[in-house]
Design a protein around this ligand. Sequence first.
Ligand code: CP
Length: 331
Amino acid sequence: MTSATLRPASDYPPGGDAFRHRHLIGIAQLTPWEISYVLDAAEHWVDLNRSGAAKHDDALAGLTIINAFFENSTRTLLSFEIAGKRLGADVVNMHAAQSSVKKGETLIDTAMTLNAMRADAMVIRHHSSGAVQLIADKVDCPVLNAGDGRHEHPTQALLDALTIRRRLGRVEGLTIAICGDVLHSRVARSNILALTLLGNEVRIVAPPTLTPPAIDRMHVTTFTDMDEGIKDADVVMMLRLQNERMDGAYLPSAREYHALYGLTPTRLEKARPDAIVMHPGPMNRGVEIDSSVADDPVRSTITEQVEMGVAVRMACLDILTRRKRKVAGWA
Ligand code: CP
């Protein structure tokens, strides 16, 4: 299901410049047509990645992309690296643990150091909300947010929207339950913004201790009972219990959490019979999700989400470096 889900170009604003941002900091800055524009662009890269072509593209040949990750990552870091390489860019990874950050260099000094190396785009993950915007304000190239604190993880929401659209044929008018540790989750925040903007009913299912206090302002319905929250849902999106951001005060035990909020085959029966199950990864198997659900070859989209991550990040890198390539006469 690819081209049938594409929105007509008439949905985009006139003038051909359907994505006007210099940086990708969050879904909060995007319009529905900008989201659709990225998703439509990503479809092309899905097809190319699946074709098995030895050579992918050289749209970004001659450009240098720096991935600066101040927090651990498997999916986001590697998929940005693969995305950049498949577009022909030179990709350099900076892992904070092996950098001069460990000697006490500040975030801004680090950013200015990378900027002096004349990167053409920077992809940043940082544990502090707002850190990526701070860097974007200082450097000369486009900056893509790969996750900042509890704030946003925009490419995760875009790849999730693409996965839903391809699996269910649309990403509007659906009932989507986002379940678990919403309080600590930038994935939840970006997905709430994207999925409500696209016209879906979004439900939040979480214990009161893991529900953000300002959730009422996000146009969602909140549930504390998991069975009620996922009833007749088209999409059940599970979130990782972020133990590293807790101090033991949020939950009595992982076992009790699983009993009340873990997604089991029996619990999933409350959702629509064709409901899909999503998880951004990494998973705590047996805590927020049972292995039999996570590995269900029909209903689970977890590996497809990873695949869509490469295509969405190719689209984002291509779109955000287009202006520079145009100025240089490369595009
Ligand atoms: N979903 C996600 O951001 O995974 P990583 O932390 O492995 O990048």
